[in-house]
Write a protein that binds this ligand. Structure first.
Ligand code: SF4
Ligand code: SF4
Length: 74
């Protein structure tokens, strides 16, 4: 599986900002696009994941969730 490109275009498509798991800490640090950039530096409580509905996921054939917890796609 190809690595997800860490670029502005993908960052704009990332829907993490609307996710119930996306917390204030992530917001403050302007984190996102975890599938490319790697996991969050914030403590997180899993409340659901929107990655399955994200265009970056479908375009890159991602099949995992919670990239904010587990880090970048291989
Ligand atoms: S797959 Fe998840 S982490 Fe990756 S861009 Fe989409 S919403 Fe963000
Ligand atoms: S990786 Fe998934 S769980 Fe984490 S903030 Fe993005 S959509 Fe939510």
């Amino acid at each position: 599986m190809a690595k997800v490109a860490d670029n502005q275009e993908n960052l704009k498509k990332c829907i993490c900002g609307g996710c119930p798991t996306y917390g204030q800490c992530m917001k403050d640090k302007m984190e996102g696009l975890f599938c490319a950039k790697g996991k969050s530096s914030c403590e997180l409580e899993k409340n659901g994941c929107l990655c399955g509905a994200c265009p970056v996921a479908s375009e890159n054939k991602l099949d995992r969730m919670y990239y904010c917890e587990s880090g970048a796609a291989e």
